[in-house]
Design a protein around this ligand. Structure first.
Ligand code: HEM
Length: 231
């Protein structure tokens, strides 16, 4: 449940930050001026961006605390950490796409693409959060760090923000909703429901464990398995 709430918060804060941040970056364009006018002017747009930014930073801190707590209390294992099998799966998947093999990788709960996306978001949040706070409170940071850090933070924040927008708008939306297996919308993030056919294709190792055909290796998947609703 907590993960569903976190995902909703990320959707709303990220969308809000793109809608209020990108018009500031492309301020000379007609569409950007139209958006800033409809948001109540540039001062209001900046304050909305900063307020949502603080929510975004808080959500990242809450996620980090929750993840650490789940790990320390052994409710979850290191299921998101990239391991040797992920690299082997990646090579096998590419060979499969190139028609060099008929063997398809057999994934568990998270495949290498999902792990990659998680860590990109996690690191991206830290870069955007830190650089955003530097732009928000420049004098505080310039007291303890060299002053050049502020224009550097601006360049990092601005370009990483644009890249994050494209990664989510193109890659994530395609993978999660527009690819042929799930088109036009995959609601499993909110319902936990997924067809057995898709599980067989996308997460066969997880399905075998859930159905008792494979031993529970006690490597911390139980919490995730309990959220699945295979239909
Ligand atoms: C992924 C999330 C975010 C995106 C996509 C984003 C995007 C942007 C963009 C494109 C700009 C304009 C930069 C330019 O003028 O070249 C900007 C400015 C700014 N952002 Fe963000 N941002 C995000 C998160 C944050 C966060 C977490 C904070 C921190 C509280 C923050 C605070 C600021 C500040 C202070 C500015 C300078 C404009 C101002 O003074 O209001 N942003 N952001």
């Amino acid at each position: 449940m907590a993960q569903r709430v976190e995902h909703l918060v990320t959707i709303f804060t990220f969308t809000g930050l793109c809608l209020t941040g990108l018009p500031q970056k492309f301020y000379s364009k007609g569409w950007a001026q139209w958006m800033v006018d409809h948001l109540g002017g540039i001062d209001q747009t900046r304050w909305i961006h900063r307020a949502i930014g603080l929510l975004f930073v808080s959500a990242t801190v809450v996620h980090l605390a929750g993840a650490l707590n789940a790990l320390l209390s052994r409710r979850s294992g290191f299921t998101m950490v990239l391991n040797k099998k992920d690299f082997q799966d990646c090579v096998l998947q590419l060979r499969y796409y190139l028609g060099l093999t008929d063997e398809h990788p057999r994934y568990d709960r998270f495949d290498y693409k999902q792990k990659w996306e998680y860590w990109s978001l996690f690191l991206g949040n830290i870069i955007m959060g830190l650089s955003g706070l530097m732009l928000f409170f420049p004098t505080v940071f310039a007291r303890v760090l060299p002053g050049q850090i502020i224009p550097a933070a601006k360049v990092a924040h601005s370009n990483e923000g644009l890249m994050a927008f494209f990664v989510i708008a193109v890659w994530h939306i395609y993978n999660a909703h527009l690819q042929p297996d799930v088109f036009p919308f995959d609601g499993s993030i909110f319902t936990g429901r997924i067809s057995r056919e898709r599980m067989l294709h996308e997460h066969p190792l997880e399905l075998a464990r859930i159905e008792g055909r494979a031993p529970d290796t006690h490597d911390g998947h139980r919490g995730h398995d309990a959220e699945r609703r295979v239909v």
